[in-house]
Design a protein around this ligand. Structure first.
Ligand code: FNR
Length: 228
């Protein structure tokens, strides 16, 4: 069953076959503007008829990547938990702060640990990146940095991104965005992304057969990125 959403008339399947979207806030801080943005995205996901699984980095607290620890014990339980949540979702949204013009180390560390599982969980995952920052560019540089490892891992990172500038004063008390134009733009970005993600679950022609991830055992010869 499909229904048009309010914002853009995009149709997304609702009901038991609804698209499941993991919405991950890249900050665990109380009062995090990225967690607030993630909550808005999750609300829009639900309004469109899809299912949102809202998470934040604190749900996946893990040690810094250590190759010896991996060899001895394998990836830590929190990395396995994040992998499970990723596998259960057809799409991923990350709301990430910008730290020093890049992504937070804790987020990159989680990506590194999760990338060690096979099959590699980010491969082919439809992914939308959003950010919020007190700055005038809304943390957008951090998203360009985050795009690099995700695209390297074969995630299908949506071309459009949403970066909320002056985020400390951008939210109303009820959690909505103050600016109506930005509200509409966020809704339209999320809806367009969901439409593509859902189409990707139904139309095989969207799958990139030429794609090769260097650590993927389905490609020959098998190579490990760390051994290149
Ligand atoms: C920041 N912040 C920041 N902001 C920005 O726009 N560009 C940047 O390069 C940085 N660098 C940076 C480094 C470090 C280590 C910290 C702790 C912070 C500020 C950051 O955007 C601000 O603290 C946000 O509020 C963080 O997001 P959350 O936690 O509110 O979601």
């Amino acid at each position: 069953m499909t229904e048009p959403t309010e914002a853009t008339d995009v149709t997304v399947t609702v009901g038991p076959d609804a698209l499941r979207v993991l919405v991950l806030a890249g900050s665990s801080r109380a009062g995090s503007v990225n967690a607030r943005l993630a909550a808005l995205v999750a609300g829009q996901v639900e309004r469109s008829g899809a299912t949102a699984d809202l998470a934040r980095m604190r749900d996946f607290a893990m040690p810094a990547y250590d190759g010896d620890a991996e060899a001895d014990e394998g990836p830590p339980p929190a990395a396995a938990a994040l992998r499970e949540r990723l596998l259960a979702a057809q799409a991923l949204v990350i709301a990430s702060p910008e730290y020093n013009a890049s992504m937070p180390g804790v987020l990159k560390n989680a990506v590194d640990w999760v990338s060690r599982f096979r099959p590699q969980p980010f491969k082919d995952k439809q992914t939308l990146l959003v950010s919020a920052s007190p700055s005038m560019v809304g943390g957008n540089r951090g998203l360009w940095a985050l795009r690099v490892p995700l695209e390297h891992l074969g995630a299908r990172v949506y071309p459009d991104m949403f970066s909320l500038a002056m985020a400390h004063s951008a939210f109303r008390e009820d959690g909505e965005l103050v600016d109506e134009g930005l509200r509409e733009r966020l809704a339209a970005t999320v809806d367009s992304f969901l439409a593509l993600a859902e189409a990707d679950t139904r139309y095989l022609c969207l799958q990139r057969r030429w794609y090769e991830f260097l650590g993927d055992e389905s490609s020959a010869p098998i190579t490990q990125r760390a051994e290149d």
